[in-house]
Design a protein around this ligand. Structure first.
Ligand code: ADP
Ligand code: MG
Length: 408
């Protein structure tokens, strides 16, 4: 199976334009109601995991580089209760029918297809790690948009993981959770993602972005207090259909690996930006040179963003965001007209910076704006879309929130 959303089972979730954080109480209530209706009992508890967005650092993860995601106010909530036999039943409001599976299906990747694979994958990863996973009934509700690049997949994995760890009193420190959830997605679902999504969703902290070194997996909480700065981040779901995303992703990745081989470094992260010109001169063609330039300069932009945020200069990161976009558009060539239109319209309406976020060929744009200008920028993007005849975008104001947690 591919990493891309258009091949996933399950319809897209509704995507209202919401103020940040308002929907979570509803989502938790929907999980409880779904649990009662499906199972005729009360859940033993509820666990919530956020979506995430990457502030900067695109296609740097598989080059052993840097990323800077943060956890979003939108959440996936799992209501769950243990059961005596080793069997799992899961219902999601995205589907009519609950899905049930036992150890045989859980222990063999591929046996549970569709969306429930994300749940079975967590059971599988825990069992593969030797954990005595309790049987459980689960009900899932979410306001994380599905397949938009805001990581609804890591959200469901992480909420299910937290529920099973608690229900079974498993001895599993939270530092190990991101790897386990990634393992579920890579090796049970079959989607080749890096460690960023699960790290942000599990380790995110309110008012902070998570600086992640994808080589060492070291994380650092970086202050990112939008309210104090009078700023807002808008996330615009471009609604662009993902075009050829899997093949393009694979070819970008191959180019990077081939370039690292030619340059004699373990990964492009090891190319010093100060030596970039000399490195580029050793590469065989212009396309490869542009791919490498994107990755090397993008790593540096992440470091520069972290330095500004550490200095409390939040408003000054805008030009780095916009430069990241230009690099993705011109050098890495992973943007599409809807995405470029959203970025240009946001900038023209006064955003400090704007960029595509996520792997590309669709997905979301984020824009850093004055809080007071958020609606005007959202309207300007919508107007630009209407003018071009694109399907209306969905825009939300977001802020960094905490990672996966038990609600009650
Ligand atoms: P993204 O993570 O960007 O939203 P992915 O394609 O990685 O997109 O993951 C989306 C898939 O994850 C869905 O198609 C579905 O299979 C599964 N999923 C995510 N959230 C839910 C949910 N609330 N209920 C059921 N399945 C879900
Ligand atoms: Mg995902």
């Amino acid at each position: 199976m591919s990493a891309r959303s258009e091949e996933r089972a399950g319809p897209a979730s509704p995507q209202p334009r919401t103020a940040a954080g308002t929907a979570s109480a509803d989502v938790a209530a929907r999980a409880t109601t779904g649990f009662r209706q499906r199972y005729g009992a009360e859940p033993a508890g509820r666990w919530a995991a956020p979506g995430r967005v990457n502030l900067i650092g695109e296609h740097t993860d598989y080059n052993d580089g840097f990323v800077l995601p943060f956890a979003l106010p939108m959440r996936t909530v799992v209501a769950a209760a243990p059961r005596d036999e080793p069997r799992w039943t899961v219902w999601s409001e995205l589907d009519d029918e609950p899905v049930g599976f036992g150890p045989e299906e859980a222990d063999e990747p591929g046996r549970v297809p569709g969306w429930a694979a994300y749940v079975a994958g967590v059971v599988w990863a825990l069992r593969a790690a030797g954990q005595p996973v309790p049987g459980a009934r689960l009900a899932v509700a979410s306001d994380v948009p599905v397949g938009s690049g805001l990581s609804s997949s890591a959200a469901i994995e992480s909420a299910v993981l937290a529920a099973l760890v608690d229900l079974g009193n498993l001895d599993l420190p939270a530092e190990r959770w991101p790897r386990l959830a990634q393992h579920a997605e890579n090796d049970y679902v079959g989607a080749p993602t890096g460690i960023m999504d699960q790290s942000a969703v599990i380790r995110g902290r309110a008012g902070h972005a998570l600086f992640l070194d994808c080589r060492t997996e070291q994380v650092d909480q970086i202050p990112f207090d939008l309210d104090a700065a009078g700023l807002a981040v808008l996330v615009v779901d471009s609604r662009a259909p993902h075009r050829h995303a899997d093949g393009e992703y694979a070819s970008r990745r191959r180019s990077c690996e081939e370039a690292a081989r030619i340059l004699g470094v373990p990964a492009l992260r090891d190319v010093d930006p100060a030596d970039l010109d000399a490195a580029l001169a050793k590469l065989p063609d212009d396309e490869t040179r542009r791919r490498v330039r994107h990755v090397v300069t993008e790593d540096q932009r992440v470091l520069d963003t972290v330095a500004l945020l550490r200095a409390g200069r939040v408003g000054e990161i805008g030009p780095l965001l916009t430069a990241s976009h230009a690099s993705m558009r011109d050098d890495f060539e992973i943007t599409v007209p809807e995405i470029d239109t959203a970025v240009e319209a946001a900038l023209a309406a006064g955003a400090y910076g704007a960029r595509m976020t996520g792997g590309g060929f669709g997905g979301c744009v984020l824009a850093l704006v004055d809080a007071s200008a958020a609606d005007a920028v959202a309207d300007a993007v919508a107007a630009a879309y209407a003018e071009r005849g694109f399907a209306a975008p969905a825009t939300r104001a977001v802020h960094p929130t905490g990672g996966v947690t038990r609600l009650d």
